[in-house]
Design a binder for this molecule. Structure first.
Ligand code: IMP
Ligand code: MG
Length: 184
């Protein structure tokens, strides 16, 4: 595979493009059969979801719509501050709908447990959580993904939508960032 400029900042590739594509195909088929005829609404959590969501939704063969929310909890660091602020809310109504939240990674779970109860107040028919990555060893909130593609170890990862200080989202794979990058 061709060398990319950003590869210099990566200690090692944790999940390749090919492995990601394969797991997304599997998840897409699962959602296609579980949500057939339910017209679910996919709710992506910006910005981390943007690559995963675009690939996932193209592998789902059902009528559906989508909307996005944005939250800030991290600043530019690698450790959560614990506070969740909604910076962009939904434009569409979710009452009576089957909602599928799409996230890049479930880490402490603070963001998603807050968002899930926030959205439950609007009386959707159901809410499920889909995440590309699950880092269960760091969980603080009592929450699990309903669907996840990969479990990852307690390392700071970037790429395929995930950032460090807003960089590296456009790497096509998931990589572990060299520690010297964030201790600089
Ligand atoms: P949580 O509230 O701790 O579960 O944090 C979720 C958010 O933190 C994710 O949506 C990511 O934006 C960010 N995050 C957590 N772990 C990582 C990581 O390893 N790399 C990049 N972003 C991360
Ligand atoms: Mg982030």
């Amino acid at each position: 595979m061709q060398q990319k400029k950003m590869d210099d900042a990566i200690l090692n590739v944790l999940i390749s493009e090919r492995e990601i594509a394969r797991q997304i195909e599997i998840l897409g088929s699962k959602l296609t059969s579980e949500y057939a005829d339910r017209n679910p609404m996919f709710v992506g959590i910006l910005k981390g979801c943007f690559v995963f969501m675009s690939d996932l939704l193209r592998s789902v063969d059902i009528y559906c719509d989508m909307d996005f929310m944005a939250v800030s909890s991290y600043g530019d660091g690698t450790i959560t501050t614990g506070a969740v602020k909604i910076t962009k809310d939904l434009n569409r109504d979710i009452e009576g709908r089957d909602v599928i939240i799409v996230e890049d990674i479930l880490d402490s779970g603070v963001t998603l447990s807050y968002l899930k109860s926030y959205l439950l107040n609007r009386n959707p028919k159901s809410i499920k959580i889909v995440t590309l990555l699950d880092k269960p060893t760091r969980r603080k909130a009592d929450i699990k993904p309903d669907y996840s593609c990969f479990e990852v170890p307690d390392e700071f990862v970037v790429g395929y939508g995930l950032d460090y200080a807003e960089q590296y989202r456009n790497l096509p794979y998931i990589g572990i960032l060299k520690p010297e990058i964030y201790s600089e």
